[in-house]
Design a protein around this ligand. Structure first.
Ligand SMILES: *[C@@H]1O[C@H](CO)[C@@H](O)[C@H](O)[C@H]1NC(C)=O
Ligand SMILES: *[C@@H]1O[C@H](CO)[C@@H](O)[C@H](O)[C@H]1NC(C)=O
Ligand SMILES: *[C@@H]1O[C@H](CO)[C@@H](O)[C@H](O)[C@H]1NC(C)=O
Ligand SMILES: *[C@@H]1O[C@H](CO)[C@@H](O)[C@H](O)[C@H]1NC(C)=O
Ligand SMILES: *[C@@H]1O[C@H](CO)[C@@H](O)[C@H](O)[C@H]1NC(C)=O
Ligand SMILES: *[C@@H]1O[C@H](CO)[C@@H](O)[C@H](O)[C@H]1NC(C)=O
Ligand SMILES: *[C@@H]1O[C@H](CO)[C@@H](O)[C@H](O)[C@H]1NC(C)=O
Ligand SMILES: *[C@@H]1O[C@H](CO)[C@@H](O)[C@H](O)[C@H]1NC(C)=O
Ligand SMILES: *[C@@H]1O[C@H](CO)[C@@H](O)[C@H](O)[C@H]1NC(C)=O
Ligand SMILES: *[C@@H]1O[C@H](CO)[C@@H](O)[C@H](O)[C@H]1NC(C)=O
Ligand SMILES: *[C@@H]1O[C@H](CO)[C@@H](O)[C@H](O)[C@H]1NC(C)=O
Ligand SMILES: CC(=O)N[C@H]1CO[C@H](CO)[C@@H](O)[C@@H]1O
Length: 414
C-alpha cells in the first residue's frame, strides 16, 4: 500500500500499526494494564516494524517474557514510557537469553542494523528483588555463575548489531550489569541515566554500567551512573572505544578487564579513549586488571594471553577514590604463582593525562598503584595532581619500564 495510510489493530487491540509507506510503518504498543504481560505484543510490534519502521512504546508496560527483537533494519524505537520487567526470578531465570560470556543473560536482546532508540523512557528491572535473593544465594548468579535456576538478566543487550544509537534512557534497578554490548560495532550510547542503588541491607552486585565484549567502535558519552561496580568495563576484544563526559558515583571505576582469565585464550583491548570523567566515591578511577600467568594449560584463573594497547585516560577528576590510578597484572592471582609465572598478556602504550583530585584515604597515602607482573612498557603520565586526604601522596610502581615518563616519583611496593 505504498503512499497509503491505514490503521490496523490486532492482538486484542493492543498493537496499532500505522502505515505511512510500505517502509515507514509505525507500530504503537498499547499497554494491556492490570499487571498482564506486554512482552508478546512488544515482540509482535518489532516483528511488524522490523524494516524501516518505528516502534512506539509510550505506555507503562509490564514485561514477563523475553524481549527478543532481532533482524531489525533501520528501525526507530521511541521509548517514552516505562518497561518494567517483573521480579519473577523463577520465571526469568530459565527464560532469559543466555550468552556465551560469563553466563550473562538478558531480559531484552536487541539486534539489527541501523537502530535508533530514543524518547526519554525508562527500563525498570526491579533489581531489589534479585539483590535480596542473591544475598541468600551468594554462589549462584555471580558473573559466570548464572544458571537456569538463578540468573540475573541484563535489562538491555545490544547484540550482533551494527550502527545503533541508544539515546536518552533511564535505567533503574538492574539485577546485574545494566548494559551489555555483545558482538557489535558502531554503537553509541548518550544521555543514559543509570541507578543501581539498593534500599535494603543487601548490596547490589555486578551492577556495571556497561560491559563491552567482542565489540568495535563503541561510544559511551554524556551519562550519569550511580552503581556499585565498574562504571564501564572493557571485557575481552573491545576495540576503538570512546568514553567521555560521564559522572560515575559509587563505582569501581572505568576498567580495562578483567582479562587473561582463561589459559589458551587471547584477549585484546586496544584503542580506548576515556576523557572527561568525574569519578566520585569509587574504588578506582582509571583501572586495568589482568590475571597473572599460570603453570596449568587448563587454568580458569589466569594464564591467558593477548594485549592491552593504546589506552588513554584523560581529564579525570577523582573525588574520594581509593586508588585513582591503578594497574594490577596479578588480578585474583596468588602472588607467589604470579611472580613465578608472570602474565603473558602484555600491557603497553597506556597514557594518563590530567588525572586530578583526591583519594579516599582507604589506601593510606597511596594515590597511584601501577604493578605489573611482566614489564609494562610505554606507560606515561602528564598533568597528574592527586593527593590523599591529608595532602600527601604515594605512587607505587613495579615492573614499569618507563618510570621516567611518569610525572611523579615511584616507590616500590611495600
Ligand atoms: C555457564 O558457563 C559455563 C562455562 O562457560 C558453561 O559450561 C555452561 O554451559 C554455562 N551455563 C549455561 C546455563 O549457559
Ligand atoms: C545507521 O542507522 C540509521 C538509522 O538508525 C540510518 O539512518 C543510517 O543511514 C545508518 N548508517 C549507516 C552507515 O548504515
Ligand atoms: C549472534 O552471532 C553469533 C556469531 O555469529 C551467532 O552464533 C549467534 O547465533 C547470533 N545470535 C543471535 C541471537 O543472533
Ligand atoms: C555529548 O554532549 C556534548 C556536549 O554537550 C555534545 O557536544 C555532544 O554532541 C553530545 N554527544 C552526543 C553523542 O550526543
Ligand atoms: C565534561 O562532561 C560534563 C558532563 O559530565 C559536561 O557538562 C562538560 O561539558 C564536559 N566538558 C567538556 C570539555 O566536554
Ligand atoms: C579475540 O580476538 C583474537 C584475535 O582475533 C582471537 O584470537 C580471540 O579468540 C578473541 N577472543 C575472544 C574472547 O573472542
Ligand atoms: C588509539 O586509540 C584512539 C582511540 O580509539 C584512536 O583514535 C587512535 O587512532 C589510536 N591510535 C592508533 C595508533 O591506533
Ligand atoms: C587441570 O588439570 C589438572 C590435571 O591435569 C586437574 O588436576 C585440575 O583440576 C584441572 N584444573 C581445572 C581448573 O580444570
Ligand atoms: C600461593 O601459592 C603458594 C605456592 O603454591 C602456596 O604455598 C601459598 O599458600 C599460596 N598462597 C595463597 C594465599 O593461597
Ligand atoms: C590537560 O590539561 C591541559 C590544561 O588544562 C590542557 O591544555 C590539555 O589539553 C589537557 N590534556 C588533554 C590530553 O586533554
Ligand atoms: C598523612 O597520613 C599518613 C598515614 O596515612 C601519615 O603517615 C603521614 O605522616 C600524614 N602526613 C601528614 C603531612 O599529615
Ligand atoms: C618479569 C620481571 O621483570 N619481573 C620483575 C618484576 O618486579 C619484581 C620486583 O621489582 C622483580 O623481582 C621481577 O624480576
Amino acid at each position: 500500500m505504498f503512499g497509503a495510510t491505514s490503521l490496523t489493530a490486532f492482538l486484542a487491540l493492543s498493537l496499532s500499526v500505522l502505515t505511512l509507506t510500505s517502509a515507514q510503518k509505525v507500530c504503537q504498543v498499547k499497554a494491556i494494564g492490570g499487571g498482564q504481560d506486554d512482552g508478546p505484543n512488544i515482540n509482535a510490534a518489532f516483528a511488524e516494524c522490523a524494516t524501516g519502521g518505528t516502534v512506539v512504546l509510550d505506555g507503562y508496560y509490564v514485561v514477563d517474557s523475553l524481549l527478543f527483537t532481532t533482524g531489525l533494519t533501520n528501525v526507530n524505537i521511541e521509548l517514552s514510557g516505562t518497561v518494567q520487567y517483573t521480579p519473577d526470578i523463577a520465571k526469568w531465570s530459565p527464560q532469559s537469553y543466555f550468552m556465551t560470556f560469563q553466563n550473562a543473560t538478558t531480559f531484552w536482546f536487541l539486534s539489527g542494523t541501523g537502530i535508533h532508540l530514543y524518547g526519554g523512557g525508562t527500563l525498570d528491572a526491579n533489581g531489589q528483588v534479585w539483590w535480596d535473593a542473591f544475598a541468600l544465594n551468594p554462589n549462584a548468579g555471580t558473573a559466570g555463575g548464572s544458571s537456569r535456576s538463578f540468573a540475573r538478566p541484563v535489562p538491555l543487550t545490544v547484540g550482533n548489531s551494527t550502527n545503533v544509537t541508544i539515546e536518552g534512557l533511564t535505567m533503574i534497578g538492574s539485577p546485574f550489569w545494566n548494559n551489555f554490548v555483545y558482538q557489535s560495532s558502531y554503537v553509541t550510547y548518550t544521555g543514559i541515566n543509570i541507578s543501581s542503588v539498593s534500599y535494603s541491607v543487601n548490596p547490589t552486585s555486578n551492577s556495571d554500567g556497561w560491559d563491552i565484549y567482542r565489540s568495535d567502535h563503541i561510544t559511551i558519552t554524556n551519562s550519569t551512573i550511580n552503581n556499585d561496580d565498574d562504571c564501564v568495563s572493557f571485557k575481552p576484544n573491545s576495540t576503538n572505544i570512546i568514553v567521555s563526559n560521564l559522572h560515575c558515583n559509587g563505582s569501581h571505576g572505568i576498567s580495562v578487564g578483567s582479562l587473561g582469565q582463561y589459559a589458551g585464550e587471547t584477549d585484546i583491548v586496544a584503542n580506548v579513549s576515556v576523557n572527561n570523567v568525574t569519578m566520585r566515591d569509587a574504588q578506582y578511577a582509571a583501572r586495568i586488571k589482568v590475571f597473572g600467568g599460570s603453570p596449568y594449560a587448563n587454568s580458569t584463573a589466569g594464564g591467558g594471553s593477548g594485549y592491552v594497547k593504546n589506552i588513554t585516560f584523560a581529564n579525570m577528576i577523582a573525588q574520594s577514590v581509593d586508588t585513582p590510578i591503578y594497574i594490577n597484572q596479578c588480578y585474583s592471582t596468588n602472588l607467589t604463582i604470579c611472580a613465578e609465572y608472570p602474565s603473558t598478556l602484555s600491557i603497553s602504550d597506556v597514557h594518563y593525562y590530567n588525572i586530578t583530585g583526591t583519594s579516599s584515604g582507604r589506601e593510606g597515602t597511596v594515590v597511584v598503584d601501577l604493578e605489573c607482573s611482566a614489564p609494562c612498557t610505554d606507560i606515561t603520565a602528564v598533568g597528574t595532581s592527586l593527593m590523599s586526604p591529608n595532602g600527601t601522596a604515594t605512587y607505587v610502581c613495579k615492573n614499569i619500564t618507563t618510570v621516567s615518563e611518569l610525572d611523579f616519583n615511584c616507590t616500590a611496593p611495600a
